[in-house]
Design a binder for this molecule. Structure first.
Ligand SMILES: [Zn+2]
Length: 245
C-alpha cells in the first residue's frame, strides 16, 4: 500500500475508534453526573441501604434477619445467575418488603465487553428477576460502569439507572472502621449507601452487618427516613429527565 493511502486508512481507523468511544461513554457520563447531583439533593434526611451482587446463600439470610429486627426496608441489586440459583432467597427478600433491582445476569463490566454482550447481560438480568417479581425494577450497572448501550437496554425495560452517594467500602482491599462511613453519611445529611449481600467471607460480611447496624442507629439519632431507592422520590421518577417507571 502506498504511504499516503496507509496514513489515510490509519487516520480513518483511529477517528472511528475515537467516535465509538465518545458515543459509547459520553451520554452515560452525562447521565451519571446528572444523577449524582439529583441524588445528593433527594437523599438529604434519607437513608437508602443498597446491597449489590447477591443473593448469597450463607450471608443474605443473616442480613435479612438483621433488617427485620430493625424493621428496615432496603434495596437489593441482584445478579441474575445467583438469583436463579437461590430463588427462595429472592422470594424471601421480596416477601420481607425489600426492593429488588437488576445488577446484570453475569455481572459484566460494560466498559470491558463488546456492546452486545453488555446489552445481553442487562436484558437477561431483567428476564431472570421478572420470573420472581412483576414490580417495576431499577438497574445498577456492575462496577458502576454504564455505556450508552447498557443504558438504552435498561431504558427499554423502563428502568431508571441508579448509582450511590456513598461507598460502604466492604469490598475494598482495606476495610475501614464502620464509623468512617457513618461519619461520611452523617456529614452529607443522608445518602444512598453501597454495600454487598453475596458471600464474600466472614470478615467482610461481619463488616456489612456492623455498618448496617450503625447506619440504622445514625438514622434514628438524626431522624433520617429509611427507604428503598424507588421510594426516594415517590416511586419511580428519580431525577430530571427520567420518566416514572
Ligand atoms: Zn456488583
Amino acid at each position: 500500500m502506498p504511504w499516503p493511502l496507509f496514513i489515510i486508512s490509519i487516520s480513518i481507523t483511529v477517528a472511528l475508534i475515537a467516535l465509538f468511544v465518545v458515543v459509547s461513554l459520553g451520554p452515560a457520563v452525562l447521565v451519571r453526573h446528572a444523577q449524582d447531583t439529583e441524588l445528593r439533593h433527594y437523599t438529604r434526611g434519607r437513608l437508602v441501604l443498597t446491597y449489590d451482587d447477591g443473593p448469597g446463600k450463607r450471608f443474605t439470610p443473616k442480613l435479612l434477619d438483621l433488617l427485620a429486627q430493625h424493621e428496615a426496608r432496603a434495596t437489593f441489586y441482584l445478579v441474575g445467575f445467583r438469583a436463579d440459583d437461590a430463588p427462595q432467597l429472592v422470594e424471601r427478600t421480596i416477601a420481607a418488603g425489600h426492593e429488588i433491582g437488576n445488577h446484570g445476569y453475569w455481572h459484566r463490566n460494560a466498559w470491558r465487553v463488546l456492546p452486545w454482550r453488555s446489552m445481553r447481560d442487562v436484558r437477561d438480568g431483567f428476564r431472570a428477576l421478572s420470573k420472581r417479581s412483576t414490580r417495576p425494577m431499577t438497574y445498577r450497572p456492575p462496577f458502576g460502569n454504564l455505556t450508552t448501550w447498557s443504558w438504552l437496554t435498561a431504558r427499554s425495560h423502563h428502568a431508571p439507572v441508579y448509582w450511590w452517594t456513598c461507598d460502604g467500602r466492604d469490598q475494598s482491599s482495606s476495610i475501614p472502621d464502620p464509623s468512617v462511613v457513618v461519619h461520611e453519611v452523617t456529614k452529607a445529611g443522608g445518602g444512598v449507601v453501597l454495600m454487598h449481600s453475596h458471600d464474600s467471607g466472614e470478615h467482610r460480611e461481619q463488616y456489612v452487618l456492623e455498618l448496617t447496624k450503625q447506619l440504622l442507629h445514625a438514622a434514628g439519632v438524626n431522624g433520617w427516613k429509611v427507604c428503598t431507592i424507588s421510594a426516594l422520590t415517590g416511586g419511580g421518577a428519580h431525577w430530571k429527565g427520567e420518566a416514572a417507571a
